[in-house]
Unconditional design. Structure first.
Length: 275
């Protein structure tokens, strides 16, 4: 197993996530704003101390005059920087809100699309022969999250990626899937994958209906912090896992280090049968 590929995919996922990057930038700007405001408060306190310590009617020395001048100039600079920082934060927050609204709108459209297609399949099933019903029910709907084996991989340690189904081509029995992770150019790669190389990732409701995978069974597990599935062996299923990460599978990944990790139930899949 190529550990380097895990690290690079994890780093890329974080770096190319526009919303996450924007949020980090906002947090940095807020910390900067807090520092500016503390410096401004210090300058104002120094100015007030000077005014309280001298009798303006008697005049002030040139040394005190220069100190006041420096404080006032520093205060003006800090005030200008504070205004620019606040404006920058407001602009970034506005962009982040727009991105979130667009994302939520997209997700809502996907949910509606999946519901419509599911209803269509039900209608087809109710008016079709038994053989056709089974075939239709086996089709994974667009918008479904899946594990997909990347094409053109001939080594034994195949890399499965987290992806989303776009469409199904029945004539070739292939799925068109989109990698959930962006590449170095900010694009999400799409692949045509044979049906045998696509496994549905169950949602939180579906996982509760499935029996736990037994100890010692080989599985495909999503390596923590990445979007890649790798072969692993179940050490403890969730119900028997009484350790810190209860509710997760304890698995041992098949690599040189035999690393033991905790993985959420929906990200632990039964190994596909060899065909």
């Amino acid at each position: 197993m190529d550990r380097k590929s895990r690290t690079s995919r994890s780093a890329s996922l974080e770096e190319t996530n526009e919303e996450l990057s924007l949020w980090k930038s906002i947090c940095t700007s807020l910390a900067k704003l807090e520092t500016i405001q503390k410096e401004t408060e210090s300058v104002l306190n120094n100015i007030n101390k000077i005014h309280l310590s001298v009798n303006l009617d008697e005049g002030i020395t040139s040394a005190i005059s220069e100190r006041l001048k420096d404080y006032y100039q520093n205060g003006i600079t800090l005030s200008s920087t504070e205004a620019k920082t606040i404006s920058d934060i407001i602009e970034k927050v506005s962009v982040l809100i727009a991105l979130r609204e667009a994302s939520e709108s997209s997700n809502e459209q996907k949910r509606k699309k999946r519901k419509t297609e599911a209803d269509d399949l039900k209608n087809i099933s109710s008016s079709s022969s038994p053989g056709l019903i089974k075939k239709k029910s086996d089709v994974i709907l667009p918008g479904t999250t899946v594990a997909a084996r990347q094409p053109n991989k001939k080594d034994k340690n195949e890399e499965w990626i987290l992806a989303v189904v776009i469409s199904f081509l029945s004539e070739k029995n292939k799925y068109h899937v989109e990698d959930v992770e962006q590449d170095e150019y900010g694009q999400k790669q799409r692949y045509w994958i044979p049906a045998r190389s696509v496994i549905t990732v169950p949602d939180s409701y579906e996982i509760r209906q499935l029996p736990e995978i037994k100890i010692g069974q080989d599985v495909l597990a999503l390596y923590p912090g990445t979007t890649c599935f790798y072969k692993a062996t179940v050490i403890l299923p969730p119900k028997q896992n009484k350790e810190n990460n209860s509710g997760s599978y304890k698995v041992q990944f098949e690599d040189d280090n035999n690393e033991v990790k905790y993985v959420l139930p929906e990200h632990v899949l039964e190994m596909p049968k060899q065909k």
